[in-house]
Design a protein around this ligand. Sequence first.
Ligand SMILES: *Cc1c(COP(=O)(O)O)cnc(C)c1O
Length: 290
Amino acid sequence: MPLPDLRLPSPLVELTDERAQRRGVAVYLKRDDLIHPELRGNKWRKLQHNITAAKEQGFTQLLTFGGAYSNHVPATASAGRHFGFATVGVIRGEEHLPLNDNLALAVSRGMTLSYLDRQTYRSKTEPKVLQRLHEEFGDFYYLPEGGSNALALKGCAELPTEITVPFDVICCAVGTGGTLAGIAHGLRKEQCAIGFAALKGGDFLNAEVDQLQRDAFGAASGNWQIETEFHFGGFAKRKPELDDFIADFQARHGIQLDWVYVAKMLYGVFALIDRGRFEPGTRLIVVISG
Ligand SMILES: *Cc1c(COP(=O)(O)O)cnc(C)c1O
């Protein structure tokens, strides 16, 4: 089994930015985006223990779900190719040709794409729907949407243990909430996590993260919260203000931010810093998850 070249622990770099400095807040970036060119960031952390489990259980195929902009779908395709699994991506909605970059990458890594209309997609975890997929594709190791299951949370809980500087708060972007749920579980008592929802109307995510933690660890950790105002119109939607922020961040720090998740989170982080949400002396870790 060829092991991909993974950069782990991912680099931790201090960010020198006047917007934080003038509030006395120290910011470190946890560069999970540098883990691997394709198995990036939280997607590798979420897949890692699932790949091991799928191998141990003798599966030869992985099947997962996602929207057309899901980063989890191409990451699963890449992992499948690296580790010798066939892969199926079940995509919400209709096929749009040409495929966007995400889905084109998935296909180039050998993934078979299948489409579910939005209504059926909503009931994708029901036995009936999974049964039909089994009839069509045969045996598979099932990865839920976004890859967020108990083993994924376990992988994400390892992130804080890699951090070698003392810190108070860790910030991450939220899609399904699996990453936040895992990271929060991995914190020390005196630390807490803030998630930034990349989608509109993200209040339901509180219950999701709670449930994910209960399923994976038997209890919710209570040491996290979710900011829901920095969605810029909704999932995979953007506004000029966000694009300006990304260009400005690139000019200041030479880092091109992922716009679906990471830029929205960082915009939110600086907004909270500016509002005086963090006492001077606070040490923040910001997870660059992809
Ligand atoms: C998928 C993804 C997220 C969201 O992770 P969840 O565990 O689904 O909340 C955050 N950032 C990036 C870059 C991602 O690709």
